[in-house]
Design a protein around this ligand. Structure first.
Ligand code: NAD
Ligand code: MG
Length: 377
């Protein structure tokens, strides 16, 4: 069997570097043909030396880079549509990943999708692009990988509900007041997962679970009233599916992204991989579940309301969240301002249509501007 060509968009990030660790163990099956990064030229250069891909792009870096490297955001689309690429691992963070997802699906590629924001901002367009171009989306997100595995190819009509687990983040037991005043180091101290800064803050606010409910809705065609979120602090049960007869299947494993990344590459096949951390039920010990404390984590409810509103509301939610999280990480606003900024943006831009890409980018820009202006930055 000839190796399948892989493009990694966002190769210098948490998912990108983890994916390269996985791919190093499967060189017979997969060949890295394209690598892209935003600004980390030094790490990208190391990766290029190790993997010798044909296509390299540094989207934003100002520093010196070899003349053969592409520059600019269009390079993501170029990498995602190359004829020698079969699988596009989209590990870019934020709405910036959407164009490449659409282009890859339009070109008939498999998209191993870590960039959940693609589905949140443009879920209907992503489904359309896949239908027209013959591409498929396979989720990298651990909860959605779990659901895909539990579904085992069965139809959405056989599903009573999806149960998405959430670790609860570092503030799981904090009072609502204390959460609002949390510092950047507090928010970046995730109890079970090591990830990029933006998703780590999203996990602390539970905005990440709202993004994941929307992601699940578009991936699996399940209505929002049939998707539930439950807190599971150990992050061992990655999610569950309840079928029409009441039977519930769950997928378990240690909290590591290596398995969901490998599965997104090989689905529906399973590959041997001695490097995947083994699960030990006794070592895992007690597994507990609890309800979400919505009063302390308003971002989840705001995201769910945006999801139900539809149109451009999920794009407004996402854009407002991205902007507010960036301001929080810059130390300009308190943690509680993330939810406030999102709420204001959703209120001011309610009812926007989202039928095409221009409308969605317009909604995204409006949301970001509202957050900057109302949070006084
Ligand atoms: P990260 O910040 O560690 O890495 C992001 C990567 O994208 C970097 O390589 C960066 O250079 C690149 N990038 C950033 N902005 C860009 C832009 N505007 N244009 C082009 N490239 C850009 O993030 P991460 O934790 O690896 O997360 C990546 C995506 O995967 C996010 O959508 C996140 O929600 C999702 N995800 C991550 C994890 C995890 O464990 N880290 C788990 C599930 C889902
Ligand atoms: Mg997840």
């Amino acid at each position: 069997m000839t190796a399948q060509g892989v493009a990694i968009l966002g190769s210098t990030g948490s998912i990108g570097t983890t994916a390269l660790r996985v791919l190093a163990r499967h060189r017979d099956r997969f060949a890295v043909r394209a690598l892209t990064a935003h600004g980390n030229a030094a790490l990208l250069r190391e990766q290029v030396d190790a993997w010798t891909p044909d296509f390299v792009a540094l989207v934003d870096g100002n520093g010196a880079a070899p003349a053969t490297w592409r520059r600019g955001a269009a390079a993501l689309v170029e990498a995602a549509t190359r004829p020698d690429v079969d699988i596009v691992l989209n590990a870019v963070v934020g709405a910036a990943g959407l164009d490449a997802t659409l282009a890859a699906l339009g070109a008939g590629k498999r998209v191993a999708l870590a960039n959940k924001e693609s589905l949140v901002v443009g879920g209907a367009l992503v489904a359309d692009a896949a239908r027209r171009g013959g591409g498929v989306v396979v989720p990298v997100d651990s909860e959605h990988s779990a659901i895909l595995q539990c579904l085992g190819g069965r139809d959405a009509t056989e599903v009573k509900k999806l149960v998405i687990t959430a670790s609860g983040g570092p503030f799981r037991e904090w009072s609502a007041e204390r959460v609002r005043a949390a510092s950047v180091p507090d928010a970046l101290r995730h109890p079970t997962w090591s990830m990029g800064r933006k998703i780590t803050v999203d996990s602390a606010s539970l905005a990440n679970k709202a993004l994941e409910v929307i992601e699940a809705h578009f991936l699996f065609g399940i209505g929002y009233d049939r998707i539930e979120v439950v807190v599971h602090p150990q992050s061992i049960v990655h999610s569950m599916v309840e079928f029409r007869d009441g039977s519930v299947l769950a997928q378990l494993g240690v909290p590591s992204m290596e398995l969901p990344i490998l599965y997104a590459l090989s689905h529906p096949e399973r590959l041997d991989d001695a490097g995947i951390p083994a699960f030990d039920a006794v070592a895992a010990g007690r597994l507990t579940f609890e309800a979400v404390r919505h009063e302390a984590f308003p971002c989840l409810g705001l995201g769910l309301a945006a999801a139900r509103a539809g149109g451009a509301a999920p794009a407004v939610f996402n854009g407002a969240n991205e902007q507010a999280v960036a301001l929080f990480l810059e130390g300009k606003v308190p943690f509680g301002a993330i939810a406030e900024g999102i709420a204001l943006a959703l209120e001011q831009h309610a009812g926007l249509a989202g039928g095409n890409l221009d409308a969605l980018w317009h909604a995204d820009a409006l949301a970001r501007r509202t957050v900057r202006e109302t949070l006084g930055c």
